[in-house]
Design a binder for this molecule. Structure first.
Ligand SMILES: NC(=O)c1ccc[n+]([C@@H]2O[C@H](COP(=O)([O-])OP(=O)(O)OC[C@H]3O[C@@H](n4cnc5c(N)ncnc54)[C@H](O)[C@@H]3O)[C@@H](O)[C@H]2O)c1
Length: 316
């Protein structure tokens, strides 16, 4: 199947935190965008959220010299029917298998046979989401990172039934969306980034639970050591830079001592049981006032964009 992605009309279903940010990214890349939000309260907020992101894009100079962006290209709706002439529809509704499956079926019933359908799921296997589809070959995972309009990350994930050619075409168009897409031919659990990061989270939480370092120390270590090289090198270039022999020695002495815990750590279970959602409700591993949480989220958006510009300068 060959798809028309360059000038595609793109639907985004679910305009929450990520969906509104992804819709903004497609808009500034020059696409016509149909934003479908089914929840009445979220629908009332959607336009404001996207305006806020566009303002951030403007401040970050992402709209400067951008002739393809047209604010009239956005159409917000509450009905599936408005997706019918889209070439690509991405769902970004809440991370719940039953809800996502239902939304994907509704999208499939509405769109034409040439439309590609994608999910922004963080962790549900793409093959699982394909199970109830009539033509699963046109379905894949498109996993974004927040804020989607500023970060360079896009993970393209094939399920067992995905047409690889479609995934490759999306990979080719990724740079037009400001992304450096990576392609996973198999939907391994956690995909790539989450899988890598869970190894780090597990070790960090174990050190925390054993009382060997506190959260501030662990975060500072990650920010000021790992953070000083990770965007430039990734993990394997880092090994080449420091010397493989060094890594072999360290691996020999350290690997056997790392956590291989299979249970969710108690520290995390406790916060979830107490309905902690971190900066989103000011209840997490750190404590925040509402203003601090807002300032922090805003600063992160700006930081991501500056990082985007910095890596564009250095990583040709
Ligand atoms: N937040 C992130 O950093 C991030 C990163 C990558 C992927 N994701 C994934 O993106 C998706 C959305 O996450 P989010 O952070 O934007 O969440 P969110 O809570 O901000 O938004 C959830 C969206 O789902 C909609 N929704 C809720 N119940 C629904 C229902 N029954 N039917 C239809 N729509 C419903 C809401 O109206 C809203 O638009 C999830 O799959 C999540 O795992 C999130």
């Amino acid at each position: 199947m060959t798809i028309e992605i360059e000038n595609a009309k793109i639907g985004v279903v679910g305009l929450g935190l990520m969906g509104s940010s992804i819709a903004t990214n497609f808009l500034i890349a020059g696409h016509q965008v149909v934003g479908l939000e089914l929840m009445p309260e979220a629908y009332r907020m959607a336009s404001m959220r996207i305006d806020h992101h566009l303002q951030a894009c403007d401040e970050l100079k992402l709209l400067e010299d951008n002739t393809s962006y047209n604010p009239n290209n956005l159409h917000l709706t509450q009905t599936y029917k408005d997706l019918e002439d889209c070439d690509l529809v991405l769902e970004s509704v809440v991370e719940d298998l039953a809800i996502k499956s239902e939304v994907i079926q509704q999208i499939e019933k509405t769109v034409s046979g040439h439309c590609v359908i994608a999910s922004n799921t963080s962790a549900i296997p793409i093959t699982t989401l394909q199970k109830k589809m009539e033509s699963p070959s046109r379905f894949l995972g498109l996993h974004w990172s927040e804020p989607a309009y500023a970060s360079r990350y896009l993970e393209i994930i094939c399920g067992a039934h995905t047409d690889l050619q479609i995934a490759k075409q999306i990979q080719q168009v990724g740079p037009r969306w400001g992304k450096e897409p990576i392609l996973l031919k198999k939907d391994i659990r956690g995909f790539v980034t989450n899988r890598l990061m869970y190894a780090v989270y597990r070790e960090g939480l174990q050190i925390l639970e054993r009382g060997e370092a506190n959260i501030e120390a662990l975060d500072k270590s990650f920010r000021y050591d790992t953070g000083s090289w990770i965007t430039m090198m990734g993990i394997f270039q880092r090994m080449d830079y420091l010397g493989i022999k060094y890594f072999e020695n360290l691996a020999e002495r350290t690997l056997g001592r790392l956590s291989n815990a299979k249970e969710v750590p108690d520290a995390m279970k406790k916060i979830v049981a107490e309905k902690g959602r971190g900066v989103h409700n000011q209840n997490g591993l750190y404590s925040y006032s509402q203003q601090e949480a807002e300032d922090w989220k805003e600063a992160f958006g700006k930081f991501s964009s500056e990082l985007h510009q910095l890596s564009e300068k250095w990583l040709k």
